[in-house]
Design a protein around this ligand. Sequence first.
Ligand SMILES: Cc1cc2nc3c(=O)[nH]c(=O)nc-3n(C[C@H](O)[C@H](O)[C@H](O)COP(=O)(O)OP(=O)(O)OC[C@H]3O[C@@H](n4cnc5c(N)ncnc54)[C@H](O)[C@@H]3O)c2cc1C
Length: 554
Amino acid sequence: MSALQSMPGKSQAAEAYDVVVVGAGFAGMYMLHRLRGIGLSARVFEQGSGVGGTWYWNRYPGARCDVESMQYSYSFSDELQQEWDWSERYAPQPEILRYANHVADRFGLRSDIRFNTRVEQAVFDESTNIWQVATSDGRTVTAKFVVLASGCLSNARVPDIRGLDQFKGKVYHTGHWPHERIDFTGLRVGVIGTGSSGIQAAPVIAEQARHLTVFQRTPNYSIPARNATLTEQEREKFRQNYSEIRRFAREEAKNGIYTDLPDRGALDDGDNERRARYEQRWQHGGLTFMSVYNNLALDQAANDTAADFVREKIAEIVKDPATAKLLQPTTYPIGTKRICIDTDYFETFNRPNVTLVDIKSDPIEEILPNAVRAGAKDYEIDALVLATGFDAMTGSVAKIDISGRQGQTLNQKWAEGPKTYLGLMSAGFPNLFIITGPGSPSVLSNMIVSIEQHVDWIADCIAYMRDRGFEAMEANQDAEDNWVAHVNEVAYTTLYPQANSWYMGANIPGKPRIFMPYIGGVGPYRQICNDVAAKGYEGFAKTAAQPRKMAASS
Ligand SMILES: Cc1cc2nc3c(=O)[nH]c(=O)nc-3n(C[C@H](O)[C@H](O)[C@H](O)COP(=O)(O)OP(=O)(O)OC[C@H]3O[C@@H](n4cnc5c(N)ncnc54)[C@H](O)[C@@H]3O)c2cc1C
């Protein structure tokens, strides 16, 4: 018997669940596990044919995580974190996908996941406080709650370039990569885009391809990953200290990553000392480069010192001065676009079979059947890779037709930018939760830390409602307005809004420019969410069970 039957407002439909979860990535899988743990019935819908989300779709050459694997992994089960062996400092995509599948098997999750099924529509019925959820297989199910675990980076963005459909060779998107191995041997390959995916893919494709042409609009700051095989001692060191490492990542680190906290600003050190610290982090590799000082995201002069250091490194690595200059970012502060982590990215441009094309000054005019035309020049290619990113944070949510109170759709409500309370709920959409939604630290953090925090908060909230006989809960408008203002205010105390980044929606033509994630840090954010819960879910309106509905469901 479903726990919903003991909850008020139960629907009489054939397929009725307590909770529908959209997506079976790390968020959806853990959400299902927690919901089962509190005795609720849940159905997860996943449009792909397997679990893993990001790691199911992004199978491009060179794909791997950029938060170290010992930290980019679930913490909710000590047995799981003690038994899983990560092979490298940054695991490659196939290994992360294996891990996702292992989790699905270990916790027996598959039986409640319906694969190859998209959620197309979710409509809130105000008379019953029940969601009607329509799926791509033509069915409708009902649920008391809907949880959107649909991913912040799961809606691949295909650029609108003239002639793309005339191209005679194969076109691949990094975020929607085929399952079979793609062999570029002997081919002339074009890669459009130099964000994280392009930077990971280019060095690997260059090794295979006859020629690689990289089309760059905006250069990115990238730090060497210094990837390496993990030794048993390194794994063991983590395992023995996991409880403290995970606690620190949740409560103290701004971005959910265990590292030394900086105790000073960049201008507190003299030139030599500062350079030595940057050099040490550069040699160490990875995302912690940005936490060498505590004011790199806040103070332009401080930021300039780090940006100059990276620009100098690029000039040292890349032999051709003109190419080096093109690869040096100059138009935005370092770290205000997601910093990239690479293996031999800049070195790749020293290869004789690699060309960099600046499409900022000479934009792509069109794709011809066998070439990309930019700046009146044709670059002949046999295969095209679009490393053009995602409609981030809101893209996958916007593709679902969601109607809340009085028939208002979420897309109407978010037309001028996403509005949420705590990134978790949006006023007018009762019992609809979003995992790592806009207004939460989300993509600014180690996302598994943020996912686990949201899942736990949502599961606790639903249990609270059930135990106290509430059948609906939603964000109050004033709580939401205050939160949106706070998110905005905090963002504008930093340098982040200066970049035309996907954090701002700037990569999508026509998308409102709003800084979407919450930059206050995962520790303070968690504290705010906990305080809200401790105060009886302050800022949320709760609707008690209606006697008529209890009668109807009995
Ligand atoms: C290449 C790449 C590398 C990354 N590396 C890191 C990293 O190192 N560290 C880090 O913290 N983060 C990283 N990220 C971010 C990554 O997205 C998150 O870490 C995490 O995997 C997100 O999990 P999720 O479950 O929230 O979303 P996803 O993994 O995106 O899963 C969402 C799922 O929902 C499904 N879905 C969406 N809409 C629907 C619908 N309407 N109906 C049915 N199913 C639907 C999708 O098919 C997808 O499978 C990376 C992202 C990319 C693209």
